[in-house]
Design a protein around this ligand. Structure first.
Ligand code: LLP
Length: 435
């Protein structure tokens, strides 16, 4: 039979016209654990991690370190697995740092890259993570705090290179319109100032954006070339030894059939060879190469299962499900496409549908927008729908809007299924309020 574009052997499969995740029937999981339900297939996470790691490491003469970006998915069970695989962590808030520590990561394995960073933030993370400086103001303030509290003199500095890339403008994090990092024109001053302040810059970082696919990989490669050349000049001018150069995250995954999977073999070769060429020409020594992927590691490894609770012919075929943008915000926030599969009837005669959430907002739909109906096989009440590619920026961007609890999350590990996060209760939702 015809394959669906999203089928992945051992991960997402169709058997008897029903959707299976990691060998388990979605309908069975939905019934056993309740819906809405996040289903994380950790086997897929491992595959993604190892594929990325080896495709680049084999072209490098230095150590590649993958700092997993916790903001994509902050489940403890996931972090523990990544720790065992040898990953480090990219953290953006004090609590992300605390979570990384709780999962077993050491200070040396955690890089804190904040923005609008307060002194309070820096005091909280000071002894728990390496720090990546985002602005000249932060640099001055960190130097003072480091003296006062005895924090590390070693720092990394984030540069904002001139050109970014990403799936929408708000996910492009480099260039004149982006708030992040120190503008390239000020970077020599930043290093000079860091040295004057008694700090020791040992890292150089950039992150150009998120959701970068094949057509934009060239921008990533050019940016990698640029940061290495910049590191070479900085090293020469200030006589530095870089311990690491961090290219950030951003590698995308296909959310719809027209988007291509990144050809990692080719990408790894291009990137690895470029890096080694410049590193040797610029005499950059034996620095580690860091990457900070989030989406690439977890994006396609998790599925959100929801139940069809209301089927009505209104002005369009309106399908009401038992979750809303509080559970998965990406379609509503970014008008972005997530594949929706009828897990109870993967193929069949199709109709145009709007898949609507249970929040009291017109924009609460899982289609790209409320105007774009989705062609899906016949849907009836009680069907289980699977929203694919929900692993990155799914649960981490969820909320309690409309006083709805966050859902359960389960993990499939080889053949076993376990609950890794409980559904929130009413009491938990109001726990911080004074009565
Ligand atoms: N490093 C830094 C400094 C970042 O700011 C980010 C993401 C990453 C790494 C990881 O990027 P990734 O490899 O996952 O693309 N909420 C949006 C994505 C925002 C990304 C923010 N920064 C979404 O749902 O698509």
């Amino acid at each position: 039979m015809f394959k669906m574009w999203w089928e992945i052997k051992g991960h997402l499969e169709v058997k008897n016209n029903k959707l299976y995740i990691g060998g388990k029937s979605s309908e069975y999981l939905a019934k056993k654990f309740g819906t809405p339900l996040y289903v994380l297939n950790i086997n897929r996470v491992k595959e993604n991690y190892l594929r990325l790691y080896y495709s680049l490491q084999k072209y490098l003469k230095r150590q590649l370190v993958i700092l997993y970006s916790v903001k994509a998915n902050s489940s403890l069970a996931l972090l523990r697995v990544l720790k065992n695989l040898g990953a480090g962590v990219d953290a953006v808030s004090p609590f992300e740092v605390f979570l990384a520590k709780l999962s077993g990561f050491d200070k040396e394995e955690i890089l804190f890259t904040g923005t609008s960073v307060s002194n309070e933030d820096m005091i909280l993370i000071g002894r728990k993570a390496k720090i990546n400086i985002d602005s000249l103001s932060q640099l001055e303030r960190y130097a003072k705090l480091a003296k006062r509290y005895g924090f590390d003199k070693k720092i990394s500095i984030r540069v904002n290179p001139e050109k970014g890339a990403g799936f929408i403008s708000d996910c492009i994090t480099a260039g004149k319109e982006a708030k992040f990092g120190i503008p390239k024109k000020d970077i020599f001053f930043a290093f000079k100032r860091a040295l004057e302040l008694g700090l020791q810059p040992i890292g150089l970082h950039q992150h150009i954006g998120s959701g970068i696919l094949a057509q934009d990989l060239n921008i990533f490669l050019k940016a990698a070339e640029a940061i290495l050349n910049l590191a070479g000049k900085l090293k020469k001018k200030f006589n530095l030894e870089f311990e690491f150069i961090d290219l950030g995250g951003g590698l995308g995954i296909p959310y719809k059939s027209s988007q291509e999977v990144i050809n990692l073999e080719k990408f790894g070769k291009n990137l690895g060879e470029t890096i080694e060429k410049i590193a040797s020409k610029a005499n950059l020594g034996n620095f580690d190469l860091y990457l900070e992927p989030g989406r690439y590691i977890v994006g396609d490894a998790e599925v959100l299962l929801v139940k069809v609770v209301d089927v009505s012919k209104k002005y369009v075929n309106e399908i009401g499900v038992n979750a809303g943008f509080n559970i998965l915000d990406r379609p509503a926030r970014y008008k972005t496409y997530h594949e929706i599969v009828n897990a109870s009837r993967v193929k069949g005669e199709t109709k145009l549908y709007r898949i609507s959430g249970n929040l009291c907002e017109s924009g609460d739909v899982f289609n790209e927008t409320k105007y774009k109906l989705r062609k899906l096989p016949f849907i009836k009440e009680g069907d289980i729908l699977a929203i694919l590619n929900a692993g990155a920026y799914g649960l981490t961007m969820s909320s309690n809007y409309n006083l709805r609890p966050r859902p359960r999350e389960i993990m499939i590990d080889k053949n076993k299924v376990k609950i890794i996060r409980e559904r929130e209760t009413f009491n938990e939702l109001i726990a911080t309020q004074r009565r």
